[in-house]
Design a protein around this ligand. Structure first.
Ligand SMILES: [Zn+2]
Length: 72
């Protein structure tokens, strides 16, 4: 009789049996809103509801920046 090399068939170590995390990686932000760079302070700002009709014309992140831009 030749020794029956009995190796455990179920070597479940290779499988993804580790952490129960099923992370899907990056989180997608809800409702990816458009952004612009403020022409006055140079910071990015995000679309706001109040700009929904004038978004194309919006240049500044706030009224403050807008008025400051006019001053200068
Ligand atoms: Zn600004």
């Amino acid at each position: 009789m030749t020794g029956m090399a009995r190796r455990g068939g179920d070597n479940s170590e290779a499988g993804q049996n580790g952490s129960g995390k099923n992370g899907s990686g990056k989180m997608v932000r809800k409702g990816d809103l458009p952004t612009k760079i403020c022409a006055q302070c140079g910071r990015p700002f995000t679309w706001r509801k109040k700009w929904e009709r004038v978004w194309d014309e919006v240049r500044y992140c706030s009224d403050r920046c807008r008025s400051e831009a006019k001053k200068a």
